[in-house]
Ligand binder design. Structure first.
Ligand SMILES: [Zn+2]
Length: 187
């Protein structure tokens, strides 16, 4: 199960608007989600996929719920084949986990692979979890909310590199990992 080249993959960097602000730990969630999602988009484009950025960068909303509604609306309008919502966890654990709104379907398959690929980097695999989170529930396409690792874990933050996490996610959903850190850094 892979996504055909030329298909659109939508996604959003969690938070990054007001009052939908992410968690703070050793790093800020907002800066981590921004770094990883931007690298995912760049890598997917290099591999021949279209991307749709549904992040409401720096916008002001009346509620955090409105920020989520914005993301879902743009994703559904894009008719993408998959939506990725990039987050980082906080609260005293360590490792990666992925959230879906339905077990047994394509979302869970993508989520399982994403957990596997990120855990290959050394992060603890907390597995796929099922809950009716707003973005995963209301998007029309398969959707995975990724909690890449814990921003308040010393161990996770020592291992953290947005390039390796972005590459792991790209490999999980495309089967390819053509993504060059040096090329990305030089422009
Ligand atoms: Zn978050």
């Amino acid at each position: 199960m892979r996504i055909a080249k030329g298909s659109t993959i939508s996604g959003d960097a969690g938070h990054n608007c007001y009052p939908d602000v992410g968690a703070k730990g050793i790093r800020f969630e907002d800066s981590c989600t921004r770094a990883v999602w931007n690298l995912i988009m760049k890598g997917l484009q290099e591999l021949g996929y279209k991307t749709k950025d549904c992040t409401p960068w720096e916008k002001n909303f009346n509620s955090a719920g409105a920020s989520k509604g914005y993301r879902v609306r743009l994703a559904n309008e894009s008719n993408s084949s998959l939506h990725l919502s990039i987050h980082f966890n906080a609260g005293g654990g360590r490792g990666v986990e992925c959230w879906v709104s339905e077990l047994g379907g394509r979302s869970e398959k993508f989520a399982y692979r994403i957990c596997e690929e990120i855990s290959k980097l050394g992060y603890v695999n907390r597995g796929v979890k099922n809950s009716n989170l707003y973005v995963t529930k209301y998007t029309n396409m398969p959707c995975v909310l990724i909690e890449c690792c814990f921003i308040d874990s010393q161990e996770d933050m020592e291992r953290y590199d947005p390039y390796t996490i972005a590459q792991a996610i790209i490999k999980a959903i495309t089967g390819e990992a053509k993504f060059n850190k040096e090329e990305s850094e030089s422009g």
